[in-house]
Design a protein around this ligand. Sequence first.
Ligand code: UTP
Length: 277
Amino acid sequence: MKSTIKKCLFPAAGYGTRFLPATKSMPKEMMPIVNKPLIEYGVDEAIAAGIEGMCIVTGRGKHSLMDHFDMNYELEHQIKGTSKENMLVDIRNIIDTAKFTFIRQSEMKGLGHAILTGKELVGDEPFAVVLADDLCINEEQGVLAQMVALYKQFRCSIVAVEEVPADEIHKYGVIAGEMIKDDLYRVDDMVEKPEPGTAPSNLAIIGRYILTPDIFDILENQEPGKGGEIQITDALLKQAQSGCVLAYKFKGRRFDCGSVPGFIEATNYCYDKFYKG
Ligand code: UTP
């Protein structure tokens, strides 16, 4: 199995119903935390992990995602030579550094299905997955960079996990496993959105994954699970049972920006930390 991760998949086709009406005609991933869209934070994190191939799974009404990672000649011409020009420096660097490819998921059949849709862009190599509505911040080393370093050592799929209070755990995919070293578990069970009181642990999967490409074969044969959706959790459990999947309790903070309280918390945090100066 290759030791480097060159591509990152961004499933971004979901409806974002928790943020209606804002997400009626605007992708959730384009919602800004202060002055930068969520997806750009994810792309920054991938670049910081040494990844240059950004593979974005989009859906209907998501054109602005493509436009954001393209030049806007009119605008650039308009602000050239003014004090506002430097506000586009970061996004221009991203466009110069990274290579973006897009594919559409025509039916929303779940996260597992969105990842399978990305197969055409990823090919037969290990890859990262970022759910951009989970904003992860760790100034020393980004969460994806931490996971890529682990992948180089263990060469198997890795999911990022976080301890979650008992009354919240039913919203997540939850793992159980044996701790093999500090903050690292070998997964032996995984349940998507467990019924209250039945979660196998308090370790919830958040929106960062490294996946080995055999996951695509598993997903191709995966029956719909919870909510009638093709669940990545079910496919990962199969991978764990026939090989190895690790769960990593990452260093850093995660904000669930797909929910209003998480979004507000992230906004306040980023404003204080990065914007206010
Ligand atoms: P979520 O369930 O958090 O996102 O899916 P959602 O469906 O957009 O939001 P709510 O729950 O209705 O508010 C997790 C991630 O998987 C993507 C979403 O875009 C999000 O990044 N996803 C989900 C897809 O790309 N396709 C799907 O069919 C489902």
